[in-house]
Ligand binder design. Structure first.
Ligand code: ADP
Length: 595
């Protein structure tokens, strides 16, 4: 197979030589035959045109022993007639009966040829035929009432021998030609077949994805041009494939890492492709063979409905899973929808929905929180106006006191909301400084002690001997301690105790407020930092709480790189610990510039 072209070239050359030789030999043998034929008849014409010879024939025919005399004459003229043993002979026949009288080759029988028949009828028979086995000429002559026919016949042995000889030469030439054709085919293979084989090999390697091959161009002939073109084609193919590959890589990187989920379905609804985001968002494995559109989205929107939409318009639906809200967009993959495939884009809108809900709840909460004090202020003020001077002075003062405290509540609420909105907008500036957090606990303790006492609570503070340095906004950290202590006072019944402490260990400063109050149920603990979240709304409101204190506290601690730890048991008490990164002494000194 490898050398099939080579074999074909040898075969074609052989066929060429063979046919050439056949034609040549046919022409040659025909030429030889014709040459001998022409030569024979021209010799015969010359001999029979010799008047002396013909005259002698006639005069001898008249003699009594004409046959012997004629035989002698013919023997004497055998040179002129080309008589030769084995190839050419003369025959003397009786002109009347056609009986053979004498023959030079001693044969007793003679096949009567058309020329003899012609001569027996009285005219010279010299019809030539290329295709008969012999050539002859027959001449009638008479003398003294005796009629004779002389026939010269050549059995074409000479021409056949020459033809045979020529055929032998042709066959020998054929063999030589074969050898030459084999040699030539090698030469041809070197110049033609081998470059083609090289091209074939390179093309095969190209089809297997090996683009490194560049075939050297050895000649600027057609094969050279083909090789050039092939090399160019390989290079361009390589570049194009690389471009496609890099585009594909980019696309698959986008496909793999995009946050939106993608799923593609075949016309019969089988899941063909999906990206990791799709599995994550749908919260299930999609790597199940034969998973169908109907298994995933059939309940939301039947596949036919998507395919039947006019203009290939995308359809959308919302899917709520246990943990997520998902917006789904369904679109036929091709614009003309011919193959009926469907592409689904899954967009996670959980955060959006949550924030929308939170926003709605927030507005509802703010309105609700403001409505109560406004209603109170209005009703007390109305009562005051309606009763005029009839109301006792003490009651008027009480009413005004209520109006004042409700106004304070509203002011506090608005202030807290403002602080939170500044946190949200990242507009809060911190005046960072190094300070002793234990000292801040002490200051809050001093400030709160009296108020707590008024509520029948015992407050104590356990402070370390050495300072607990931290870096932060002193006023805001003290605000945090105030908030925690205020809550402890608010939610601890009379007779309870509140313990405040500050300590430093393992690079952390811990500021703790512990009470023996009502405690927080475990299920409420994760929510108490949410805005307006209150375990006991009535109590919180009665105590002047807004439900925003811990939200602000959480924001401040978070922005100081700290955390709040909560331990609480309903009916036993609550311990809230603010944990902040300590500012090591060396760092503190460096900050102070005292080193
Ligand atoms: P409030 O203004 O209502 O106190 P906070 O944000 O400060 O709002 O606290 C949220 C809720 O957490 C309170 O309503 C209360 O139910 C609960 N809470 C906070 N601190 C304590 C505590 N020390 N003991 C019991 N419950 C507490």
């Amino acid at each position: 197979m490898r050398n099939s072209l080579h074999i074909k070239v040898v075969g074609i050359m052989l066929l060429l030589i063979l046919s050439l030789m056949l034609v040549l030999s046919a022409f040659l043998s025909r030429g030889v035959a014709r040459f001998y034929l022409n030569q024979f008849y021209s010799q015969m014409r010359t001999a029979f045109a010799d008047t002396e010879f013909v005259g002698e024939l006639r005069s001898l025919a008249a003699a009594e022993n004409g046959t012997e005399l004629l035989t002698d004459l013919l023997n004497a003229y055998s040179g002129e007639l080309g008589i030769e043993k084995g190839t050419r002979a003369y025959y003397l026949l009786d002109g009347e009966t056609g009986r053979l009288l004498v023959s030079s080759d001693g044969s007793a029988e003679l096949e009567i040829s058309p020329n003899i028949v012609t001569a027996l009828s009285g005219t010279e028979g010299s019809e030539a035929s290329l295709f008969s086995g012999y050539m002859d000429v027959a001449l009638p002559f008479s003398g003294g009432g005796h009629r004779y026919v002389i026939c010269i016949r050549d059995n074409r042995q000479t021409s056949a021998a020459l033809t045979r000889e020529m055929l032998t030469i042709v066959i020998e030439a054929l063999l030589v030609g074969f050898l030459i054709s084999v040699l030539l085919s090698f030469l041809l293979a070197k110049t033609m077949v081998r470059p083609i084989q090289r091209l074939t090999g390179a093309a095969r390697r190209l089809s297997e994805g090996d683009f490194s091959d560049r075939i050297p161009v050895r000649a600027e002939d057609e094969i050279g041009i083909l090789t050039h073109t092939f090399n160019d084609m390989g290079a361009r193919l390589h570049d194009t494939l690389q471009e496609i590959e890099s585009e594909r890589n980019k696309l698959s990187a986008v496909f793999l890492h995009m946050t939106d989920g993608i799923t593609a379905f075949s016309a019969d609804g089988i899941l063909l492709q999906f990206n990791p985001a799709a599995e994550r968002l749908l919260d299930r494995s999609l790597n199940e063979p034969g998973l169908r559109y109907d298994d995933l989205f059939g309940d939301l929107l039947p596949m036919e409905e998507i395919l039947n939409r006019s203009g290939g318009e995308a359809a959308s639906a919302e899917l709520k899973t246990e943990h997520r809200s998902l917006d789904l967009f369904f679109a036929p993959i091709t614009a003309d929808q011919t193959d009926g495939r469907i592409l689904t884009v899954i967009h996670d809108v959980t955060v959006q929905r949550r924030s929308e809900t939170m926003q709605r709840e927030f507005v509802a909460n703010v309105s609700h929180e403001l409505r109560t004090p406004i209603t109170n202020v209005r009703s007390y003020a109305e009562t005051l106006v309606d009763s005029g001077s009839e109301m006792p002075e003490e009651t008027v003062r009480d009413f005004l006191q209520v109006i004042l405290s409700e106004s304070d509540r509203m002011t506090k609420l608005v202030q807290d909301l403002l602080v939170l909105s500044r946190f949200d907008a990242d507009e809060v500036e911190f005046r960072m400084e190094r300070f002793d957090a234990a000292d801040s606990v002490r200051r809050v303790y001093e400030a709160m002690r009296l108020d707590a006492g008024k509520h029948g609570l015992k407050v104590s503070a356990a402070l370390p001997a050495s300072p607990a340095w931290i870096t932060g906004d002193r006023a805001r950290i003290e605000q945090v301690i105030i908030n925690l202590t205020t809550n402890a006072v608010r939610y601890t019944p009379e007779g309870g105790t509140i313990e405040m402490s500050a300590s430093e260990a393992d690079g952390e400063v811990r500021l703790c407020v512990r009470d023996t109050g009502i405690g927080i149920p475990a299920e409420d603990i994760p929510h108490i930092f949410e805005r307006f979240y209150r375990v006991d709304k009535a109590r919180s409101r009665a105590m002047g709480g807004t439900g925003l204190g811990l939200s602000i506290t959480g924001e401040i601690v978070k922005r100081h790189g700290g955390r709040i730890e909560i331990e609480s048991e309903p009916g036993v008490g609550t311990q809230m610990t603010v944990v902040l990164p300590a500012c090591p002494a060396a760092a503190a000194e460096a900050e102070d510039g005292t080193v």
